[in-house]
Ligand binder design. Structure first.
Ligand code: NAP
Length: 437
């Protein structure tokens, strides 16, 4: 637990925000709110990049919704935002004409709708919701043409590319991001899985020709992490077999709890990173021995000499050569990140002769998010809550995530919720704030 008082910065003396852990009357939006804020002069270690500030509550425009955040989920994207690398999000937005000189991140939320903008239909004040992270301009010609909006030039990730994510008391979202909260989940549980779950869903179901099918063997990197635990569950739910890759036995056991049929400890191998050049015969021999041993371990878990139909990738530079090597002919390595580095190498001999697919994937569209959320509502996917922490530990959780610590499911911070159990159907309907004027 960090000393929250050390990081409190009151940005304006005219503070009329409500306390964290409480809510104003339903539909009454305070002028100010508490938030964990990143500013460019603090970019660097997430431990010091975030600070507790009281800032103006955002207003909503056409097609937008203001959500009182009950709990906020942690994702790796705000480790990047805190570092200001590889993208300086504040500077990028200012170049687009936005005035704010700060970033309120957070791409996962459960909460209550407090205001709706002009032109919003089907969403009412008081609705209990979760938010998916895909954002785009409704008038983007790509979107207008009916194409996948997450590939549109205007596509962004809410609470990473955009401001006013879930690390403040009120989040500003586009109406199409709003989805019903599963009644059986607490606020904390509901806030945990949506970004990683919808990303995993798109990776596994979004790429025609290589979509997840019953019986598929799927290799899942980081099997105990946020993405990994969702991928393992989605694979199991589809009747497939996920094999997790992890860095210790405790993480392996965690991945198996969430559906993996077995795990590989990557510390048992050392062929990681960019392989030796193709004409370095001795180096190639050594690397090939390493990757073959890894593949053999995978076969042992699968119980046959079967290669994975899908490799679920996100470490990137350290692992892509292995992923391409072990992937089944005609199979797909689908990748959504480069946590271990961006400059991955592909040995094209294995890529083209075996006709494998290296597919980038990012975020989610509405259809995929709703399909994933339905699985959560039906109780088929567990949100995999790792830890539930107070709002003022947001810096701590991101610093730990950046160091690769505490990698068990999804970390959640309480914002408006008073405790980790609040919000589930047992106490449903929860004592609501009474309506304001
Ligand atoms: P996480 O919970 O912190 O998990 C990261 C996992 O990566 C860990 O489980 C770790 O597993 C594994 N890992 C770390 N270094 C590795 C290495 N050198 N080799 C192999 N595995 C390594 O993070 P997450 O939420 O799953 O997110 C993972 C990445 O995906 C982040 O970079 C995030 O920004 C990105 N992401 C992208 C999207 C998108 O839409 N594009 C969406 C969600 C997440 P072990 O150490 O146990 O092997």
């Amino acid at each position: 637990m960090t000393d929250a008082l050390d990081r409190i910065v009151v940005a304006d003396s005219a503070v009329d925000a409500v306390d964290v852990g409480t809510l104003p009357p339903l539909g009454v939006v305070p002028k100010k709110m508490h938030a964990q804020v990143i500013r460019p002069d603090r970019y660097g270690d997430p431990a010091s990049a975030f600070a507790h500030e009281v800032i103006d509550t955002p207003t909503v425009g056409r097609g937008e919704v203001l959500v009182a955040v009950m709990a906020a989920g942690v994702n790796y994207n705000n480790v990047w935002a805190a570092r200001g690398y590889p993208v300086d999000q504040v500077a990028t937005r200012q170049r687009r004409g936005e005035v704010e000189d700060f970033h309120v991140g957070g791409s996962d939320a459960s909460g209550i709708v407090y205001a709706v903008g002009e032109g919003v239909d089907g969403i009412d004040i008081g609705d209990e919701v979760v938010i998916h992270p895909g954002v785009w301009d409704a008038d983007d010609p790509w979107v207008q043409a009916g194409r996948d909006p997450m590939i549109a030039p205007s596509a962004k990730i809410w609470g990473y590319d955009t401001n006013y994510g879930s690390f403040g008391q009120f989040a500003r979202v586009q109406a199409h991001q709003v989805m019903p909260k599963a009644a059986h989940l607490s606020w904390a549980e509901a806030a945990a899985p949506t970004l990683v779950g919808t990303t995993a869903y798109r990776m596994l179901y979004g790429w025609a020709g290589n979509t997840l099918t019953e019986g598929d063997l799927v290799l899942v990197w980081g099997g105990s992490g946020g993405l990994g635990t969702q991928a393992c569950q989605l694979v199991k739910d589809a009747g497939g077999r996920a094999v997790a890759v992890v860095s210790d036995d405790e993480r392996g056991a965690f991945a198996m709890k969430y559906g993996a049929i077995g795990y590989i400890n990557r510390r048992d191998f050392n062929h990681w990173g960019v392989p030796p050049l193709v004409d370095d015969t001795a180096g190639q021999k050594e690397w090939t021995a390493g990757v073959r041993a890894f593949g053999k371990r995978l076969w042992e878990i699968a119980g046959s000499r079967e290669d994975p139909a899908i490799v679920f990738e996100h470490p990137g530079a350290a692992t892509v050569p292995t992923s391409i090597f072990v992937c089944q002919p005609g199979g797909m390595v689908v990748i959504c990140a480069g946590t271990a580095g961006f400059d991955a190498m592909v040995d094209l001999r294995y890529h083209w002769t075996r006709q494998k697919r290296l597919q980038g994937s990012h975020g989610t569209n509405d259809e995929q998010a709703l399909a994933y959320n339905q699985l959560v509502i039906e109780g088929r996917i567990d949100p995999c809550v790792g830890r539930v922490l107070p709002m003022d530990d947001i810096a701590l959780s991101h610093a730990q995530m950046g160091r690769g610590e505490e990698v068990f499911g999804n970390t959640v911070h309480l914002i408006g919720a008073s405790g980790p159990e609040e919000g589930r159907s047992a106490d449903w309907p929860r004592p609501r704030p009474t309506a304001g004027n």
